[in-house]
Design a protein around this ligand. Sequence first.
Ligand code: AQP
Length: 347
Amino acid sequence: MQETSKKIRVFSGVQPTGNLHLGNYLGAIKRFVALQDEHECLYCVVDLHAITVFQDPDELTHNTREVTAAFIAAGIDPTRQIIFNQSQVSGHAELAWIFNCVARLGWLNRMTQFKEKAGKDREKASAGLYVYPNLMAADILLYHATHVPVGEDQKQHLELARDIAQKFNNDFAKTIARADYADDFFPLPEPLIAGPATRVMSFRDGAKKMSKSDPSDLSRINLTDDQDAIAKKIRKAKTDPEPLPSEVEGLEARPEADNLIGIYAALAGTDKASVLGDYGGATFSTLKEALAELATAKLTPIGDEMRRLMADPEEIDRILADGAGRAHTIADPILAKTKDIIGFIRS
Ligand code: AQP
């Protein structure tokens, strides 16, 4: 039997593309921390994904260390869990190639993130951006990971990873059975998308997700923002003219109110109904004042700790190298079995 059996293993990644923000924190990193007490977790700085769009080499190095620092500053313990950067484990790229040959063009053509990121000038997008979801499937399945905490925007990619796992298991059913592996050699990974802030929206436009690449810095709270910047951005966040509703249903069709209430709930570790219990009927300015205080209390210690960790880049690189070594130990036998299943000769 395969060594992974039905055990829960968590994998997720964050791209080192700069401007780590509140959406990355609430949709992903904060939830990574919560999972580490119960499960074996691998948290990856996905530098191979980052280069699907050109990255300045010095900035890429800096940003890779910064995401690592954010993981640790948020509370992930690198001695208990595995933190590493993707390019140090070559199995990601090898399995991604195999999955390029499993995934169908029709599946990739449906990916909305490619359409959004490639924009109108699709001919000029890199081939890597197009096959990005196959690499993401490889990231997860290289470790036989079963659960993937992500923001709402990654749901479609997770569905594709499940389709790839299923097709591989079907295509190679004969050799999988001959080797006496479970017939589901690759598990079908489950997305973990939960909580009140799975899709944090821009502070300038409630219809757009908060994003690293938004040209307006006022659209997002960066994890490295200080108290003044956080308060200013929340104060200037777009709102509507009505007072806050008392029931969650009252947030429908009010994206800015829904966003601020969801952020408050996620930072406070509660739900939207309970926040509306306290702020229903209040003005936005009352909520914004309380949110600025809460966000400052929760985020500035993380920013401070990130700065402290970034002052010692050798230590960050050591943590990444150690994590990569441990990631190899899990990945190598799975990749070797994958090659046997396909029929590759290996020494
Ligand atoms: N706005 C968001 N709300 C909730 N979760 C979010 N995530 C990203 N934006 C939000 C989640 O953060 C994790 C890491 O994201 P990523 O770095 O891999 O890439 P991304 O989704 O492309 O991030 P950005 O900020 O949106 O970058 P750009 O501007 O390049 O498009 C993922 O789990 C993601 O769901």
